[in-house]
Ligand binder design. Structure first.
Ligand SMILES: C[S@@+](CC[C@H](N)C(=O)[O-])C[C@H]1O[C@@H](n2cnc3c(N)ncnc32)[C@H](O)[C@@H]1O
Length: 425
């Protein structure tokens, strides 16, 4: 059956993970289906292990840390199921670019948007994969000055020689950008360096601190150093950048590199509020796979203050623009407008897979709040998918009711724009 007219409910109901993996040819489906009533409508809810990390190893190219990112297996599942090569795939809350990169590798056209400018810094370079030797050559051409300091005190994070290298890199990259000389290799170095600024191992420029996407304040770092009795040691920034570069590229195939480059050349990467994306033509997107900011749980700008500093970005400006809704009502008001925009950009017969995680320990089921927002915009709701991870499943999915919670579930509300594919918007 073609991807354009197949029966999604039948597919999800009869989905068998092992069969898909050709492990047990004759396994029967394990999908649990129940119905949740939302505004008087019965919405089917499908619970199964639709994808896991076992299913297919994710590409190493995704290994860029970002708060609240999803696993690449999630967008892959929907891209594979609902699009053809050449179709346009969109993520309005792109983050590190998981959907965009996965879609690009799979030969789809890419549109991505995120209000945080760091998103494009993380995503764009990975469409244009460099040769490690070229990165190395460039790194050794960049003048690394001794004894230069940042304009603020960063001594609690970095050894003075490491700091001097970071500031040299930062100044070089800024100058290349301002003089419009920045190329793919510079952008690659910027991305990797941004990612190596702070972290919890010797693979980062800093002394031990929280994982890389959660830069702590200088005051808090001083306390961490006191508690652990640690002092920043010298870190060789060029060596660390090269190691991460090789790691990111370690299992990327020639075909994937080729697909990424092609997708990158045509990609539209925006830095807008997701409610307002006039650059995207009406009726041009076949599939959106996205995960919005969830209430107020993640402080994207605070967590990223050092990344912002390195890239000459004002974190307060991001804070002002980013959606930080404190209540479901505020959150829904923003997402209502996002759905109207998604309806506009989606082609007839196109899809939206909208992922919401567990909020406040599972007390708030955002998935059920999302259903009316999509319906109101004009979409049909095809159901809610709950993806269970393998070990959660052993708790017997047949016994689970509305209380499935924990960080291992993804909840995806799936919408379809009515109409036949190819009939315009
Ligand atoms: C849950 S994260 C998305 C993570 C992404 N799926 C990934 O794998 O990296 C939500 C993103 O929404 C962005 N964001 C918040 N408010 C926004 C808005 N009004 N418009 C566009 N992007 C927004 C944040 O900057 C953040 O990157």
């Amino acid at each position: 059956m073609s991807k354009d007219d197949f029966d999604i409910s039948n597919y999800l109901e009869n989905f068998c993970f092992e069969q898909n993996m050709n492990i047990f040819e004759d396994s029967s489906s394990q999908t649990k289906v129940d119905y949740v009533s939302v505004n008087g409508k019965d919405i089917p809810r499908y619970i199964n292990e639709y994808w896991t990390s076992r299913q297919r190893q994710a590409s190493s190219i995704h290994e860029i840390s970002y708060r609240a990112c999803f696993k690449p297996q999630l967008p892959r599942f929907f891209i594979d199921l609902l699009t053809h090569e050449g179709d346009r795939v969109y993520d309005p809350f792109s983050g590190r670019g998981t959907t965009a990169i996965e879609a690009g590798m799979m030969g789809r056209n890419v549109v991505a948007n995120d209000i945080n400018p760091l998103s494009k810094i993380m995503s764009l370079p990975r469409f244009f994969i460099p040769e490690p030797a070229d990165v190395e050559e460039r790194l050794y051409e960049i003048p690394m000055y001794k004894d230069i300091k940042a304009e603020m005190d960063l001594s609690m994070f970095y050894h003075k020689d490491t700091e001097s290298e970071i500031v040299s890199l930062r100044n070089y990259l800024q100058e290349r950008k301002e003089s419009s000389k920045e190329d793919d290799i510079d952008r690659w170095i910027r991305m990797v360096a941004t990612n190596r600024l702070t972290g919890h191992s010797a693979g980062f420029f800093s002394v031990y601190t929280l994982p890389p996407n959660q830069a702590v304040s200088p005051e808090r770092q001083i306390k961490i150093n006191e508690r652990l009795g640690q002092k920043p040691e010298y870190r060789d920034t060029r060596r660390i950048i090269m190691k991460k570069t090789r790691n990111l590229l370690r299992n990327l195939t020639q075909k994937q590199k080729h697909n990424l480059r092609r997708a990158g050349q045509a990609a539209v990467l925006l830095c807008n509020d997701a409610r307002h994306t006039p650059e995207i033509e009406s009726g041009s997107v076949r599939l959106t796979v996205t995960s919005p900011p969830f209430l107020d749980v993640v402080q994207y700008s605070q967590d990223n203050w050092l990344r912002c500093w390195f890239n000459f970005i004002d974190p307060d400006e991001i804070s002002r623009r980013i959606t930080m809704a404190g209540t479901v009502e505020e959150w829904s008001n923003v997402m209502r407008e996002v759905f109207l925009e998604l309806f506009r950009v989606t082609e007839k017969g196109g899809w939206v897979a909208f992922e919401v995680g567990e909020v406040r320990g599972g007390k708030i089921r955002l998935d059920e709040h999302v259903v009316p927002l999509g319906l109101n915009a004009g979409f049909e709701c095809k159901g809610i998918l709950i993806n269970l991870q393998e070990f959660t499943k052993t708790s017997n999915i047949w016994g689970i009711n509305n209380n499935i919670h924990g960080t291992n579930t993804n909840r995806i509300v799936l919408f379809k724009k009515p109409g036949q594919v190819g009939n315009g918007s």
